[in-house]
Design a protein around this ligand. Structure first.
Ligand SMILES: [Zn+2]
Ligand SMILES: [Zn+2]
Length: 1016
């Protein structure tokens, strides 16, 4: 019988972890050429007399392990405790006595413990253990079991510990630490603890069998609790189709949805309704309340959740109804399915129910009936579930729907990531989907400009513009033959998948383009529909623009941003030049191509308003917090206000988030709109209509407490052991396979999937330190390493991703270790990454969830979380690691975000003033430009524009209401000063920017780090 791949992978993960644990504890070693107290980090106990400090120091090198238990009765109590430990001695007769150590025999003693109520630190078995240690070869070593009754906390509660009591002095030749120490509580009936730090919920189990002290606790038998050196928690892989959504029962293939979308989706919604009757009916909830002992509050919560389910069901029905009634929407839906089928290139043939469910839930608002348009739709789903494709489905659908209703050019959607470095992989997936949409557009004769993608990143990664000659601010050199290659964003042709791509700068139309060289490619050697230079994005207005959130700052600086809230000024008469904007001294026609001799033909006002984007998307919503969230909330308002004033429309906002904690408030703060999430959570944490856990391993999380040694030491040792162990697959495959119980035919696959290890640091400094120590502290050669942080140059990121995705054929040539920061947490999807070490618990739970989701995406993953136990937070996470992993989302901290910070308002008011000058006033001015103070003054005089009116407009644009007197007063004052300077530019201000109290922000992160953001 051949062994399945998943089985082999699961066994290998378990074997790998077993290797690390064994080496960390010293299992199987009997001699050592170094003091074991400097080597092992698991299972050791420091002598109590050395552990002088309390709290932090004690945690670093604990002298005790044990557990807190709740006996079933009020005592006195009598039960056996089993203790295991051993010691190490300097080797007898060794030439160099300091260098050789030998392990003693292990001791294994059972001690009877009789505890009276009120006992405090009562010791048991000291003599018995000391005698056993003496007999095992460790004279002078001693330990005892200590028990304290802590029933004063409310319920019967005992603390049972094993303490190393070895005194100073008598161990002449020996190490005073004890090793491989373990304590078991036997035959004591206990009741579980309830995790008080988490609220009651009908979805989760809050029970804990015992609480470890400096360790984990495993339940070996119903009445056998054992300390464990590490806490291991396994999560299982979810599945997305089962029971009523099983493919055999309900087919959601692209073909089915192209042929008969309404009937197919009706079946999906009917299935959801039936499932809801099973799980959310009042009878069902009452039965669960009885069976699971719910408090009345929990029943009430469950009833509310049932209503949310009913609401979602109703929206899905309305989505099907929209499709039935609106022929254009139905056509767009069909074309979207054709495009996504093409983009899938046979890798998958249809949708997971939740993916198409989300699209369905947004359809009612697309037809712009009712008030749904103004609701922010957030898709919340475990990473790896296919969120990007869900997004893409919606974008492609929206692009077709726009085209079919007469919007033939312009941006349909602007999708933002909160981080500076936008994932190249994500970009490729967007490009693939949009190229497929373009093919479908051509084949089905859908009118309008080609469907295309804009990569809106700029500064550093891709150029803002290509100047005719390099300048101080823009070093891009058009004459440098290597220039174009530096800005390659795609790794494969989105039409044909070929990797034979060339970058070209075309002087004739001044464009930097990707070109596919494959002979059979649909692109036929023409530039691929992807724009990576900011100026080209303004000139060609790609259908979908993806980029970083920071780019919103350009709304107060770049005339080209007009097309992000309204439309361009016109079209250049020269072919290939694209759209034009406000005239400038250097751009007399408004064409953005340098020295263009052409003329601009203006767009009709009505046509221009059609250009406004239909959607703004925000990925990783939870990262918009603190000052970034505060600043962004004002820019979101500004974008909305400009678009509303200029076109009478606002875009629909779609978001994705890793957490639901406080999400409604966050959406309200950021967008001034109500929010909704899809899907609403199911009746239990493990199952909903859309997903449920299988029995197959997703990730094994191992919480590590580095006892007595540094975190860095443990990290380096872990890397060493992992790499050495994996390499044994090459050197002695038969033996490893026998040890791990794996069929040898799987060796190449395992080497591929577990040969590259990620070391994750919370700060760039941690990451760099880890990288440096790989060279000196990890004695494995060759050891090829790469680093991925926000500081890593763009080209290097691209190369590293390529090496990870398409590894070299020989193991020795591949990357073995990647040191990384949170930069990889967003959009790095490499199925080959399955082992990770996390250096200290990340500051937020959301980051922990995102970071660790980088491994085990398609195959079982192994994650070591090495705790910085000196930190309170890490110690706390270690002590409830199991629920932390199993109920991760419940630990996510509420996201601190506010829009009413006056400090931030001071910064963003300048942006509002400038954006209104560029997009509201300049197009209305008689000269078509308001670039000097003189022009602006004349314009104000002619139109009667004054401080009061403009202050009201700016405040409204920033979402500041008049009843917020303080904030409103601030904006007023800033505008009064502005207009005063406009009238009397005593200091000789020539440019409107010089009238501002401070220049507009260049990036949304420009806030000085120290600015406290509060609701002041
Ligand atoms: Zn191609
Ligand atoms: Zn031109």
């Amino acid at each position: 019988m051949t062994q399945g791949k998943v089985e082999a992978q699961t066994r290998f993960v378990s074997w790998l972890d077993g290797r690390v644990t064994a080496e960390g504890r010293g299992d199987g070693e009997s001699v050592l050429d170094a003091d074991p107290s400097g080597v092992y980090w698991l299972g050791r106990l420091a002598p109590e007399s050395d552990a002088a400090g309390v709290g932090r120091e004690r945690r670093m090198a604990p002298c005790a392990v044990g557990m807190r238990v709740r006996p079933g009765d009020a005592g006195p109590w009598s039960f056996p405790v089993r203790v295991r430990a051993l010691a190490w001695n300097r080797a007898r007769g060794s030439q160099d006595p300091g260098e050789k150590w030998e392990k003693t025999k292990p001791v294994d003693v059972v001690i009877r413990v009789d505890v009276a109520a009120g006992a405090v630190g009562v010791a048991y078995g000291g003599q018995q253990i000391a005698e056993a240690l003496d007999a095992a070869g460790a004279p002078g070593s001693s330990a005892e079991v200590r028990v304290t009754d802590e029933s004063w906390r409310g319920d019967p509660e005992l603390v049972v510990e094993l303490v190393n009591t070895t005194p100073e002095g008598p161990r002449q030749r020996g190490e005073r630490h004890l090793f491989e120490a373990e304590l078991r509580v036997l035959d004591l009936e206990t009741v579980p603890f309830l995790l008080e730090s988490l609220p009651e919920s009908f979805r989760y189990d809050r029970r804990l069998p015992a609480i470890g002290i400096n360790c984990g606790v495993a339940v070996l038998e119903p009445r056998e609790l054992a300390t464990t050196d590490q806490v291991i928690v396994e999560r299982n892989r979810p599945q997305y189709t089962f029971d009523r959504t099983d493919a055999a029962v309900l087919s959601l293939t692209f073909d089915r949805l192209i042929d008969d979308p309404v009937a197919t989706l009706t079946r999906l919604v009917d299935a959801y309704a039936m499932w809801g009757r099973d799980h959310w009916s009042p009878e069902r909830l009452r039965r669960r309340a009885d069976d699971e002992n719910w408090q009345p509050e929990m029943l009430r919560q469950a009833q509310e959740a049932a209503e949310e389910h009913a609401g979602e069901l109703e929206r899905l029905r309305a989505g099907v109804e929209a499709l039935r009634q609106d022929a254009e929407l139905r056509r767009a839906f069909e074309l979207m399915n054709r495009a996504m089928s093409l983009a899938a290139r046979g890798r998958y043939s249809g949708w997971r129910p939740f993916q198409i469910g989300f699209v369905l839930s947004v359809l009612p608002s697309l037809v712009r009936e009712g008030s749904d348009w103004g609701t922010v739709e957030t898709v919340w789903f475990a990473t790896g579930g296919g969120k990007t494709e869900t997004y893409l489905a919606l974008l492609v659908l929206a692009a077709f729907y726009d085209r079919l209703r007469g919007k033939l050019a312009g941006i349909t959607a602007w999708s933002r990531f909160p981080l500076r470095m936008l994932s190249l992989q994500q970009t490729q997936r967007f490009a693939d989907a949009l190229a497929a949409a373009e093919v479908v557009r051509q084949d089905h004769h859908v009118p309008g400009d080609p469907i295309s993608l804009g990569y809106f990143i700029g500064s550093g990664a891709t150029p803002n513009e290509v100047p005719t000659a390099p300048t101080e601010h823009n070093p891009v050199d058009v004459d440098d033959p290597g220039m174009a290659d530096r800005y390659q964003v795609l790794t494969a042709c989105p039409f044909c998948g070929s990797e034979d791509l060339k970058m070209k700068f075309h002087r004739g139309d001044w464009t930097l383009r990707h070109v596919c060289k494959a002979s059979q490619c649909r692109s036929g050697g023409r530039p691929l529909p992807v724009y990576v230079v900011d100026q080209e994005i303004y000139r060609f207005l790609p259908t979908v623009v993806i980029g970083t959130l920071d780019k919103a700052a350009l709304i107060s600086m770049q005339g080209g941003m007009r097309a992000f809230v309204e439309g361009p000024a016109g079209r250049c008469s020269r072919p290939g030049h694209g759209f034009t904007y406000a005239k400038r001294a250097k751009r007399p026609s408004g064409c953005l191509v340098p020295d263009c001799p052409g003329e601009s033909s203006p767009l009709a006002a009505r046509e221009r308003t059609r250009f406004a984007p239909s959607f703004r998307l925000q990925d990783e919503l939870h990262l918009l917090r603190d000052s970034l969230g505060a600043v962004d909330s004002h820019y979101e308002s500004l974008l909305d206000a400009l678009q509303l004033e200029l076109t009478g429309t606002t875009p629909k906002i779609i978001a994705s988030s890793a957490t639901l904690t406080g999400f409604e408030r966050q959406v309200r703060v950021l967008y001034n709109r109500p929010g909704r999430v899809f899907p609403v959570p199911g009746p239990s944490a493990r199952e909903s209509f859309w997903t449920r856990d299988t029995s197959s391993l997703l990730r094994r999380f191992v919480a590590v407490w580095p006892r007595g040694v540094t975190l860095e030491w443990v990290s380096d040792r872990t890397t060493t052991i992992l790499q050495q162990s994996v390499r044994r697959l090459v050197d002695e495959p038969q033996r490893v396979c026998a040890e791990a119980g794996i069929d040898p035919s799987h060796v190449p696959m395992l080497l591929d999937l577990y040969g590259t290890h990620v070391v994750y640091g919370n700060t760039v400094r941690d990451v760099e330190a880890a990288r440096r120590s790989l060279g000196t502290q990890v004695p494995v050669t060759p050891l090829n390493a790469a680093q991925l942080t926000g500081q890593t140059p763009f080209e290097e990121v691209r190369e590293t991703l390529q090496r990870l995705l398409r590894p070299e054929p020989g193991f020795n040539d591949r990357l073995h270790v990647v040191t990384a920061s949170s930069m990889i947490s967003h959009g790095v999807d490499v199925d080959r990454l399955n082992v990770m070490t996390v250096l200290g618990v990340p500051l937020t739970t959301a980051e922990f969830i995102q970071a660790t989701a980088r491994v085990g995406r398609s195959h079982p993953g192994l994650v070591y979380v090495i705790h910085k136990v000196g930190r309170e937070r890490d110690a706390a996470v270690f002590s409830h690691f199991t629920p932390f992993i199993e109920q991760g989302d419940r630990f996510v901290e509420p996201i601190p975000v506010t829009r009413s910070s006056r400090r931030v308002l001071e910064l963003t008011t300048s942006a509002a003033i400038e954006a209104r000058r560029l997009f509201v006033h300049e197009p209305r001015s008689a000269w078509g430009r308001l670039t000097t103070v003189d022009m602006l003054r004349k314009y104000a005089a002619q139109t009667g524009l004054g401080a009061t009116e403009e202050a009201r407009a700016c405040a409204a644009a920033l979402g500041v209401e008049e009843q917020h007197h303080l904030a409103f007063g601030d904006v007023n004052r800033l505008l009064e000063t502005y207009f005063m300077r406009l009238e009397n530019p005593g200091d000789g201000a020539k440019w409107p920017q010089q009238l501002l109290a401070r220049p507009p922000m260049r990036s949304l992160r420009d806030v000085e780090a120290q600015i406290p953001v509060s609701d002041d």
